[in-house]
Design a protein around this ligand. Structure first.
Ligand code: 5GP
Length: 182
């Protein structure tokens, strides 16, 4: 799943994971600081920039991106394997560039759902209401979101997150259909 920050992707992802028991989450590695309420090894693997560089050099990433200046995020091969060993279909929550890389690597074996906020205004309001970001971080996220909004139609499918319950239903049905077809 991919989306501009603030589109509601994380909420939809959480609902998918708790609603469809054949799904497992790929816990990404990141160098960003841990937010209140987040757990290392559950939400992310929080790494220092040096540790992250080491993992790049060791070839541990399926894909990685500098999503924001000095903030790296990446999908670990070991996370895909951990989920596959459990017989799970893997869910990734990644930025637009990362999703493009995944599509390149996994092609028809992957379904990329772009979660679109109803408008840029709604997205800004959601980001501001979140209250987890500094002003600087908020500014970066809004600038990036403006760019990312243009990618809505570049992926397999998109969902407009206007009504959250409907968006969740739509996401579940898309995933069920996709996995059923494999
Ligand atoms: P946040 O800091 O809000 O948790 O995430 C910021 C952005 O980084 C989100 O768009 C999220 O989907 C993305 N992200 C999280 N993990 C990964 C990853 O492993 N790879 C990439 N490319 N982006 C990621």
């Amino acid at each position: 799943m991919t989306a501009p920050s603030g589109a509601g992707k994380t909420t939809i992802k959480t609902a998918l994971l708790s609603g469809l028991d054949y799904l497992g989450f790929s816990i990404s590695a990141t160098t960003r600081v841990k937010r209140e309420g987040e757990t290392d090894g559950a939400d992310y693997y929080f790494l220092t920039p040096d540790e992250f560089k080491q993992r790049i050099n060791d070839g541990d990433f399926v894909e990685y991106e500098e999503v924001y200046t000095d903030q790296f995020y990446g999908t670990l091969y070991s996370e895909l394997e951990r989920n596959w060993d459990l017989g799970k279909t893997v869910v990734l929550d990644i930025d637009v560039q990362g999703a493009l890389s995944i599509k390149e690597t996994f092609a028809d074996q992957s379904l990329v759902i772009f979660i679109q906020p109803p408008s840029l205004e709604t997205l800004k309001k959601r980001l501001m209401a979140r209250d987890t970001e500094s002003e600087e971080s908020l500014r970066k996220r809004i600038t990036k979101a403006e760019l990312e909004m243009q990618f809505a139609e570049s992926f397999d499918t998109y969902i407009i997150n206007d009504d959250l319950d409907l968006a969740i239903l739509e996401a579940k049905s898309l995933v069920d259909d996709f996995v059923g077809k494999q």
